[in-house]
Each structure stands twice: as C-alpha cells, then as structure tokens.
Design a protein around this ligand. Structure first.
Ligand SMILES: [Zn+2]
Ligand SMILES: [Zn+2]
Length: 208
C-alpha cells in the first residue's frame, strides 16, 4: 500500500492520524525488540544504559504479554542493579540513566511522520480533501506540521482544516460544560458526552 493510501485510510474525525501512526510504530518496534533482539548484545547494552524501558514503555511490554522477553531483560537488569548497589553514601555524581531506547525511536519516527505527512499533503489533493472532510491533527502535531517548510497555499489549507477540526471539539466541550450547570443538568448528553476525553487526547496524546 502506498503512503498516500495509508493516510487516506487512517483518517478519522476524533483521532490524530500522526499519533495513530507513531503509536502503531512504537507498538511494533517494542514487539519485534522483545521477540527478536532480547539476546542481541547491542540491544542489551542500550537497555543497561537506560536501566530498562521508561515506565510507559515497560508497561506497554507487560500489556503486550511479552512475558519471555520482558523476563529476560528485567531479570538481567535486576541482577546488574543488585551488583551495583552503592557501598558508601553518594551525594553527587549519581550516574544518570540514558533515555529509554523506545522513547528515542518513537521521537525519531514522530519527526519522520511529520515530514512525510507534509510531503504527501503538499502533493495530494485527495489527502487534502479527505482531511477537510474527516481528518484531525492533535494540537502538538498541528503545531509541528505548521512549523515545517511547505508552500503558502498548502500551509493555509492545513491551518484552516486543522483549526476547524479542533474548533468542533471546543464547541462540543463548551456544550458539555454548559450541561454541567444546574439549569441544564437535566438535559441528556449528546455527542458532547466524551468531549473532555477527546480534549485530553488532542492536547496530551493518545492513551497507551
Ligand atoms: Zn497527534
Ligand atoms: Zn519510553
């Protein structure tokens, strides 16, 4: 499937397409790392330096039920940690762990996804039309994409479409808030019932 088709297929009105791609990539990367690279010395060395995955990615590994890979990695981290426990007080020079390798690769994928989106956005009328109809970018990805180089017409259209999609959410959120008021609290909630959750997703990112 070409990349334009991928974007056309993943557009949804309440899910940032870039968050979706980056998340899918991180999931696959974690899975293949735990399936294939657990005994690879370079991967092991990286995980020693970072003292394992960050909390988010470690629990993602647990939720993927990758028990064997996780047991091997975390068993060796525990052994290493026990060997290196301090024998005397250490007030400074506490060695700082390196960044989580999955966070690093996720960050790199995020940059490349932003560039790829802008490239396809600039080339594909189909993507621009579909995005206007049913796409959305979260606030951080809208900021990042608008910060990229592109022609002024493409930027204008992206800004308008991105703002419009997020403003629909603001409208739902206001409706939700108004119905919290006692004057309207008897009214049933409509499509705005989850606007506060969608707002979290559009500002802080998707749930893992
Ligand atoms: Zn996003
Ligand atoms: Zn991480």
């Amino acid at each position: 499937m070409d990349r334009e088709t991928v974007y056309l297929e993943i557009l949804q009105p309440d899910r940032c397409c870039l968050c979706f791609l980056v998340r899918a990539y991180a999931n696959d990367h974690l899975k293949s790392l735990l399936d294939e690279c657990v005994n690879d010395p370079a991967t092991r060395a990286k995980l020693y330096r970072s003292k394992g995955f960050c909390r988010r990615h470690a629990w993602q590994g647990v939720h993927q039920h990758q028990s064997l890979g996780m047991a091997v990695i975390y068993g060796s981290l525990l052994e290493k940690g026990l060997q290196e426990l301090p024998v005397k007080p250490r007030f400074w020079n506490i060695p700082k762990a390196a960044a989580c390798p999955l966070c690093e690769s996720e960050k790199a994928r995020d940059h490349s996804a932003v560039r790829e989106f802008i490239h396809i956005w600039s080339e594909s009328e189909k993507l621009r039309d579909s995005f206007v109809e049913k796409g959305i970018l979260c606030l951080p990805h809208l900021e990042k994409t608008l910060g990229q180089k592109m022609n002024s017409n493409g930027r204008k259209r992206l800004r308008e479409a991105g703002e419009k999609a997020l403003k629909r959410l603001v409208k739902d959120l206001n409706e939700f808030l108004e119905k919290q008021d006692y004057h309207r609290s008897q009214e049933p909630l409509g499509k705005e019932w989850d606007a506060w959750i969608r707002a979290v997703r559009m500002v802080s990112g998707e749930k893992d």
